[in-house]
Design a protein around this ligand. Sequence first.
Ligand code: ZN
Length: 133
Amino acid sequence: MILKTETIKTPEREILLDITEDINDAIKSTNIIEGVCHVFIPHTTAGIIINENADPDVKKDIITHLKKLIPIDNNFSHMEGNSDAHIKSTLTGQSITVLIHKGNLVLGTWQGIMFAEYDGPRSRKIHIQIQGE
Ligand code: ZN
């Protein structure tokens, strides 16, 4: 079992960043060919999702619609002023699990792994645990 931690810099307040190749590179840097990859992000105003990465408009639509569902200024109580980001993070979650086969992530044709930033720009951590043989 191997744990790797990567750091990324997010360029905007709200954006989906495709990190599929970063995760695949982390797997390839191990000798694990068959197994499971867990990705966990230790943040309360970010998320991680699996969704379409073929058409970039899908990422844009997800962020645009989340902004409409949960506006930044909605008379929230939290003093920091980023309750919208906490709620979006809660909705999309902090971890995913993907199978590894022949040394690669097992994803659908249109699927990619995306880091979801809801309160950037910031430096963020991604923990990647790779289990298998
Ligand atoms: Zn906060």
